[in-house]
Design a protein around this ligand. Structure first.
Ligand code: ZN
Length: 661
């Protein structure tokens, strides 16, 4: 990220430089703008392809808000060549209400509950309308820990949501995988499908034909072969949202990498399950995970599940899915690795508390992709960001990031809004409040008792950032998260005879719901040999500012680091015309090749002349102690081209375009 000499200006028409930070000047971004468009669209193709049109008819079931799910011991039997599941699940729960007389689980009617055991006795139950209701022998008091075991089997729902429970083949070998987000867990197992209660821990035993490996959540404890079958045991001792419980089964090849997660040199195993035919190309690509996991661990908190593992399991879907401790991957591009890995912090460890706020998962994952670009590929960062910006400007002119209709899976996972604009508003907010406050607020989100290993709403994210930045972000969230569209900026400016720069910042918005976006607007003031980044606190439309950069400004660049969601460059940047003064100044001839004559009116004598090229490079500069109404400049040594002649008079500065031929 380039650094500048920065000053912040909050008030109009005054020299209110609240802070002046001297930073090492590194100016590398101009060259990068052009590169990288192709990269971006490849990324888009490889990224999470969540485009399904059907509406999800699942309605939140309130019947199971009366207990806290504590633990599942799961035993499944599957064969990836058959669309079928058979198993039994022992569920421990703690009652939250008095007179608790029945336990409810979500499970589709297409699956059959064979029997239910309660205290070693068969128990009566009903199963209809997607609800398995198990009647208890006698009501339980509040706070009672108890358990039931459900034996079930059947053909799980396939092709629902993002697949839910899919069988397919790769290289003529069967593969099975599950993907339950958002409402699919009930399609293949009896569960409490909710975003209010995490399963505190889970043991997953899977029996398969012996030729297959099973990928799942937590730590691999054993794989035991007995005759033609194999029993695989995964043990997970962290809270997990129901939709993140998953299995993937095929003839995987495996390999491991290791990453450091904290200053104490604790390491995490990155366990990769890939198709044998993919091993050669996937193994080097997956190594990117080491850099990414170390980066996130240093910026946020150490990888939350390092005591168990992180991992990938290749699967037959176009994108990726962030199952807790083992993402399922359609490929191993850096962006996809960066995205799915970041969900372990945002989505898994801290999970959106409702599907309206899926941004807590997906906006942050896209933001983390940009962090990987910034820290691991700084040479491409600006062009990469520019590509994402263009996509959002083209595709998110309307629509809020906040999801109104959570029955529409297409809307929940809208690529332009939930993902890309969702990521950019986080990046933008980071620049508005500064890195220190931003990362401290995010750390609080990940470590506070209210949210760690649990759930968070967008409002809670906002509150952590507000507390860290000591500022109110209501307007920001109302405009950018709940509101629609973005601003299109236009700027007008001039520098007067006292070297004071006058700037007016105006905007139009792309959606009528928001009439004005209050933002801190960075502008790079450029002179022949100096540049200064000035941040203007723009709180109303057509607001005027002044600042005194201490050098002759030849051009102004709008938001050079692409921190604002707005077209770049700003729609136009022009000098504020001083029409009366303009009329009194002339240059001739134009085009010129040897001698340039500059004339002014009798009330506007010339006190200085500067000639710069289009890049701001100074070729001529002279101050005139004796004010003159006619100046001749020898330009014969200046190469042919287009230039700007800045004529400084006692009444102000006028810029004229000059061709030298
Ligand atoms: Zn994602």
């Amino acid at each position: 990220m380039p650094n500048y000499n920065v000053c912040y200006i909050y008030d109009s028409n005054s020299y209110a430089m609240k802070a002046r930070i001297q930073l090492l000047f590194a100016f590398t971004f101009l060259i990068q703008v052009v590169i990288g468009q192709n990269n971006y669209f490849n990324t888009l193709q490889r990224n999470e392809k969540r485009f399904f049109s059907q509406k999800m008819n699942f309605k939140a079931i309130n019947n199971h808000a009366d207990y806290d799910i504590i633990y599942h011991r799961i035993y499944w039997e599957v064969d990836p060549s058959q669309l079928y599941i058979k198993g039994f699940i022992t569920s421990y729960f703690k009652t939250l209400t008095p007179d608790f007389s029945a336990v409810h689980f979500d499970m589709i009617d297409e699956l059959t509950a064979d029997s239910v055991l309660y205290h070693n006795n068969k128990q009566s139950f009903t199963h209809q309308a997607g609800l398995l209701k198990i009647n208890l022998l006698s009501p339980l008091n509040t706070g009672t820990l108890d358990s039931v075991t459900v034996f079930y089997q059947g053909v799980p729902l396939s092709g629902n949501g993002f697949g839910t429970f899919e069988i397919n083949t790769h290289d003529n070998t069967p593969i099975l995988w599950t993907l339950s987000e958002p409402y699919g867990a009930k399609d293949w197992w009896p569960c409490k499908q909710t975003l209010t209660d995490k399963i505190d821990s889970v043991d997953i035993y899977v029996k398969t034909p012996s030729v297959y490996k099973v990928g799942s959540n937590g730590k691999l404890i054993f794989e035991k072969i007995s005759g033609d079958s194999k029993l695989t045991y995964w043990k997970h001792r962290f809270p997990i949202a129901t939709y993140l419980v998953a299995i993937a089964v095929t003839n995987y090849s495996s390999f491991s990498d290791y990453a450091k997660v904290n200053e104490q040199n604790d390491t995490v195993e990155i366990l990769n399950y890939v198709y044998p035919e993919s091993l050669e190309w996937a193994e080097p690509m997956a190594k990117y995970t080491v850099d990414a996991i170390e980066l996130y661990s240093s910026l946020f908190i150490p990888y939350p599940f390092y005591k168990e593992k992180y991992g990938h399991a290749q699967f037959g879907w176009g994108g990726g899915m962030e199952h807790q401790t083992m993402s399922f991957m359609g490929g191993f591009s850096p962006d996809l690795i960066a995205h799915e890995l970041s969900h372990q912090w945002f989505g898994d460890y801290v999970t959106c508390s409702n599907w309206h706020d899926i941004w807590v998962n997906e906006g942050f994952a896209v933001f983390c992709e940009s962090l990987c670009q910034e820290y691991l590929h700084p040479e491409n960062y600006l062009s990469w960001k520019n590509g994402r910006m263009k996509y959002v400007l083209d595709n998110a002119k309307s629509g809020s990031i906040y999801v109104e209709d959570t029955t529409d899976i297409n809307r929940i996972f809208n690529y332009a809004l939930t993902y890309q604009k969702g990521g950019l508003i986080i990046h933008q907010l980071r620049n508005q409040i500064g890195d220190t406050a931003f990362f401290s607020g995010i750390k609080n989100l990940l470590t506070h008792d209210d949210t760690k290993a649990g759930f968070a709403s967008a409002t809670q994210v906002k509150e952590y950032l507000e507390a860290a930045a000591d500022t109110n972000l209501t307007t920001y969230f109302n405009n950018w998260y709940y509101g629609q569209g973005y601003p299109k900026y236009s700027l007008a400016w001039n520098q007067d005879v006292n070297d004071t720069v006058h700037i007016t910042i105006s905007q139009k918005t792309t959606h009528s719901s928001i009439s004005f976006f209050a933002m801190k607007v960075p502008l790079l003031l450029k002179g022949a040999e100096n540049q200064s980044l000035v941040v203007f606190h723009n709180t109303q439309n057509n607001q005027s500012f002044t600042c005194k950069p201490g050098f002759f400004v030849t051009s102004i660049e709008f938001d050079p680091d692409y921190t604002l969601i707005a077209p770049h460059p700003a729609t136009f940047v022009v000098s504020i015309p001083n029409e009366e003064l303009e009329k009194t100044i002339s240059i001739a001839p134009n085009p010129a090749n040897s001698l340039l004559t500059i004339k002014s009116g009798k009330n506007t004598p010339i006190i200085g002349i500067e000639i710069v090229d289009v890049s701001g490079k100074q070729l001529f500069r002279e101050k005139y102690a004796h004010q003159s109404k006619k100046i001749e400049v020898n330009i014969s040594k200046i190469p042919n081209g287009i230039y700007y002649v800045k004529i400084e008079t006692t009444e102000g500065v006028v810029t004229k375009k000059l061709a030298i031929r």
